[in-house]
Design a protein around this ligand. Structure first.
Ligand code: FAD
Length: 242
């Protein structure tokens, strides 16, 4: 049985781009079928300024479907409460998550670090988060660790008593880390980023929970490298998905 000493506490999330077929040219060739029929990808590279202008026009006027002809698969490790929020994004997303039925869940738990703002001020929909005091950080760390230790000990005891993993996992909290593959396209990613990140260029501000925003920021960095023109047009047009 795992003893409480063997629990791992983390404050980060990880995002790895494991597979992609995504470039600005994918947007252009899909868009130009409207006027030019089938084209080669080389043809599209001939006039970069025109390409940039076309992508910007599509974004500005919300012609969204040309941004769907591409694919990115991410491997994400984050607490379960992040995945609860993440999987609300239904359109243009495919998910596969590790199973608590088929494998024993590992004792890795989320504890926010000192950079995590702890105190909410204002009313829902119009609140801000401000720094916690050192005493509040200590209280959060202590309470979470204690609760995780109790929960994981109960989980392990049930498994040792011969109870099925799918039943014993009910004792585990949403601060437990999970992992999943998430596949999307640029359009569905933009919709996600518009809602799950805060950004000075956003025309419609959102107020996401910091932990899912951390995931979003890492995905955004990977996507920006793959599709720089599309990414620039997204920012230039207020970070609203077309
Ligand atoms: C800051 C924030 C706070 C939130 N708080 C809560 C909360 O308190 N409680 C809660 O339950 N959820 C909450 N959510 C989740 C939110 O309501 C959405 O479920 C989530 O953001 C996914 O957005 P979406 O439905 O637009 O995305 P997707 O499911 O990916 O859908 C994309 C788009 O497709 C269209 N679409 C998809 N499904 C339908 C449908 N059935 N009918 C018509 N059009 C459809 C819509 O245009 C939609 O915008 C919150 C989200 C954010 C960002």
């Amino acid at each position: 049985m795992t003893t409480p000493e063997s629990l791992t506490f983390r404050s980060d999330v990880t995002v790895e781009l494991v597979k992609s077929s995504a470039s600005d040219a994918d947007v252009l060739f899909a868009a130009r079928v409207s006027t030019a029929g089938e084209q080669s990808l080389d043809e599209l590279k001939k006039d970069p300024e025109r390409s940039k202008g076309l992508i910007n026009f599509l974004m500005r006027d919300r012609h969204g479907s040309p941004f769907e002809h591409n694919s990115m698969t991410f491997f994400i490790s984050a607490p379960i409460f992040v995945f609860r929020e993440f999987m609300r994004h239904r359109v243009g997303w495919s998910y596969n998550e590790e199973s608590g039925r088929y494998r024993e869940l590992q004792p890795v738990f989320y504890v926010p670090d000192e950079s995590r703002k702890l105190v909410q001020e204002g009313r829902p929909g119009k609140y801000v988060f401000v720094e916690g005091t050192p005493a509040q950080h200590e209280a959060v760390t202590g309470a979470l660790r204690e609760s995780y230790e109790q929960a994981y000990t109960a989980y392990q005891k049930m498994l040792a008593d011969g109870v099925a993993r799918e039943v014993a996992r009910a004792a585990l909290p949403v601060g437990l880390y999970s992992s999943m593959y998430a596949t999307c396209n640029a359009r569905s990613l933009m919709h996600f980023l518009g809602l799950r990140t805060q950004h000075e260029l956003a025309k419609v501000p959102s107020f996401p929970q910091r932990e899912i925003e951390m995931v979003g920021e890492k995905m955004e960095a990977e996507w920006a490298k793959l599709m720089p023109l599309t990414y620039a047009a997204f920012n230039a047009n207020g970070r609203v998905a077309p």
